[in-house]
Design a binder for this molecule. Structure first.
Ligand code: FEO
Ligand code: CA
Ligand code: CA
Ligand code: CA
Length: 651
């Protein structure tokens, strides 16, 4: 069992952030926080956290008119097969995989729902998520649209015992590929709060919608659907979105679904096929991630249908309020393995989107629109179609530069083989290689603290990629969170300073980890709420979770923590069931209801696979969450969290 994100496909010797981090952590400034925990201050420019805190308090602080950001008693680490939240909070599961979105359809616990039924049911492996209020004012906190990604499917869970997990080259195999495709993508579902405070979904709402691996797609920006590299005889028009991991949302009310590990769905049995340099740079291989869809569906055979891959790796914009609209792949944001697409506004009202390319040794990107976002919307255009994509270069002194990926500039010239801007975007990774971007330890989510415009980037874990191994954080099994401060606190800036917000880990295995910090590792989801709380979600891979041999026995199940960036304190807020990751977090606008996703509970997990590993005939080997003991199978689901006294989540 391997974590496919850990396999690097970056052949360059571009500088690696790990070298710089080790140099800077070794001379970090530790500032005692309110609870004695530590943060690493901004060294560059002399702007420490204490200076930031003083500046914020002089202007009313991070929390006008309220008490401390964190007010709950931390929960301990857990290996229980359940969700644990702090005393005074309540949590319940909502919209588990397979929940019918229309009337007259039943969830079948033995996994015998067909592909056609799955296309009308909530998808599998909930991930990035946003809440769009359906009403103005306070009622928007009671009724809204939950929009969430479904990253991938687990063949041990989505097929019945009679079907088995293998993909065969026949009608049965085609039905199984169709069901997997229907369980991917995005769900839009109306949710509402009941008089007793609990939340339910609205079956049959006119907004309920599934976008799947076969939904028609439009292309916009420099790469059109008519581009020669996007033509396919097998699927004449572009369809589908896959491996939608984290997400973004825009001020004009749309949702951004990101396409991450799309390469893993493609493969071939053709012994004559070998990857081109471009295919290899994106990790495309004959085996893929062993989904074996190509066995039953030539759309996913890389030898037979080589251009299909160029339709993936994009950011997809979906309008949840208009179920009849076609999703649009916004190509100006680049073609990578997008983890998230985090929107913020920069000077002049320009649209800024941060997005990480989650692979060991890959890069962090930022898109900036050419003009104010609203100037495009007024004339029926998109701010996401006309701008400049940049890639980050970090130096060892705590400074950084955003390098533009623009055809004709720097090395991206016709003489060097770059045809035009569409070519630069289709081959974004290679263009960034040429610019000398800084290789990172798997950039996952990005969030912007709108209180001060600081940018937080989770680097979940990674290893050297050929960089000199000069610290015990390279390899970096526990990951860390980098904080970026753009010049002038303007997110359109082309220079920045950076430092480390927190390093994950267990001091029993790594003395660099502060002993008074909660045990956690492999940060993935990160979200700054409206008050500036930094929510951190973990995705320790199932080959490491709970295992002493991987230094993860004390950290136990995946979890969610929350930090106060002014004091540096971090507390553990939630622990998840067995085999899951915690990903996706959003609140209602009043911050009184929080939605959090539990992805892949009960997935094959080395630590829990004894005495038996999950299979289609034994799906509950690792977990029975959320139904609990006696359940037919575990199900990814959204967890709704409320504070019993009606207060803000986190206080
Ligand atoms: Fe889908 Fe990068 O985790
Ligand atoms: Ca992720
Ligand atoms: Ca992850
Ligand atoms: Ca994951």
């Amino acid at each position: 069992m391997i974590d496919t994100d850990d396999i690097p496909s970056n052949p360059t010797t571009n500088p690696h952030l790990a070298d710089m981090v080790s140099a800077r952590v070794s001379r970090r400034t530790l500032i005692a926080g309110a609870a004695g925990t530590t943060v690493v201050g901004f060294l560059a420019g002399g702007t420490g956290d204490s200076a930031l805190a003083a500046a914020l308090s002089a202007t009313g602080g991070n929390r006008p008119g309220s008490g401390p950001l964190l007010g709950f008693v931390e929960v301990p680490v857990s290996d229980a097969d359940t969700i644990v939240v702090p005393e005074g909070y309540v949590a319940h599961a909502l919209i588990p995989w397979g929940t019918p979105l229309v009337g007259g359809l039943d969830w079948k616990p033995d996994a015998t729902n067909t592909s056609a039924e799955q296309a009308l049911q909530v998808g599998f492996n909930h991930d990035g998520m946003h809440y769009f209020p359906l009403w103005w004012g306070w009622r928007g906190n009671r009724r809204g649209l939950l929009v969430l990604n479904h990253e991938y499917t687990d063949a041990n869970q989505i097929y019945s015992a009679a079907q088995g997990s293998a993909i065969t080259p026949d009608d049965a195999g085609r039905e199984k590929v169709a069901k997997a495709l229907a369980a991917h993508g995005v769900t839009v579902v109306e949710v509402q709060q009941q008089r007793d405070g609990t939340w339910t979904h609205v079956t049959g709402s006119r907004y309920n919608r599934r976008v799947t691996g076969t939904t028609p797609m439009n292309f916009s920006g420099p790469v059109g659907a008519d581009h020669p590299l996007l033509q396919s005889a097998i699927t004449p028009s572009p369809i589908g979105t896959l491996n939608n991991c984290a997400h973004g949302y825009t001020p004009w009310g749309t949702y951004l679904a990101c396409e991450e590990n799309w390469n893993g769905y493609f493969g071939t049995a053709d012994p004559a096929w070998t990857p081109t340099p471009q295919q290899a740079r994106y990790g495309v291989s004959a085996t893929g991630f062993r989904y074996n869809w190509h066995v039953a569906d030539p759309r996913f055979d890389i030898a037979q249908n080589p251009n299909e891959i160029h339709r993936f790796g994009w950011v997809v914009e979906i309008d949840p309020f208009r179920p009849d609209t076609t999703p649009v792949k916004r190509t100006a944001l680049g073609r990578i393995k997008h983890e998230s697409a985090t929107f913020t506004l920069g000077s002049g009202g320009r649209a800024v989107v941060y997005t990480g390319d989650d692979e060991n040794g890959d890069y962090l990107y930022k898109y900036v629109s050419a003009r104010a976002w609203w100037s495009y919307r007024w004339v029926g255009k998109s701010p996401l179609d006309d701008g400049t994509l940049h890639v980050a270069a970090f130096d060892g002194a705590g400074n950084g530069t955003w390098l533009p990926l623009v055809h004709g500039t720097g090395p991206l010239t016709a003489e060097n083989g770059w045809v035009d801007q569409a070519d630069v975007l289709i081959r974004t990774r290679e263009a960034a290689d040429a610019l000398g971007a800084t290789r990172l330890h798997r950039p996952e989510w990005v969030t912007v603290n709108e209180r001060n415009k600081d940018v937080y980037v989770t680097l979940t874990n990674g290893s050297g990629n050929g960089a000199p191994v000069n610290s015990n954080r390279d390899p970096n099994p526990y990951g860390h969170i980098v904080r970026i401060r753009e010049a002038g606190a303007d997110n359109t800036a082309t220079t920045f300073t950076w430092d480390i917000y927190v390093i994950g880990g267990d001091p029993a295995y790594d003395p660099n980890v502060p002993a008074d910090q909660p045990l956690f590792g492999s940060p993935d989801g990160v979200w700054a709420d409206a008050d500036g709380r930094i929510w951190i979600q973990t995705d320790v891979s199932n080959s490491s979770q709970n295992l002493a041999t991987r230094g993860y026995d004390n950290i136990k199940n995946n979890q969610m923590l929350v930090g106060d960036p002014d004091t540096g304190e971090i507390r553990r807020f939630l622990t998840g069931p067995r085999g899951c990751e915690i990903t996706g977090v959003i609140t209602t606008p009043d911050q009184r209801t929080m939605f959090v996703n539990v992805q892949h509970p009960g997935e094959s997990t080395t630590f829990w696979n004894t005495p038996s590993a999950p299979s289609t005939s034994n799906p509950t080997a690792v977990s029975t969450w959320p139904e609990g003991p006696g359940a037919a199978r575990p199900r990814p689901a959204t967890v709704v969290i409320r504070k019993l006294d009606g207060g803000k989540i986190g206080t």
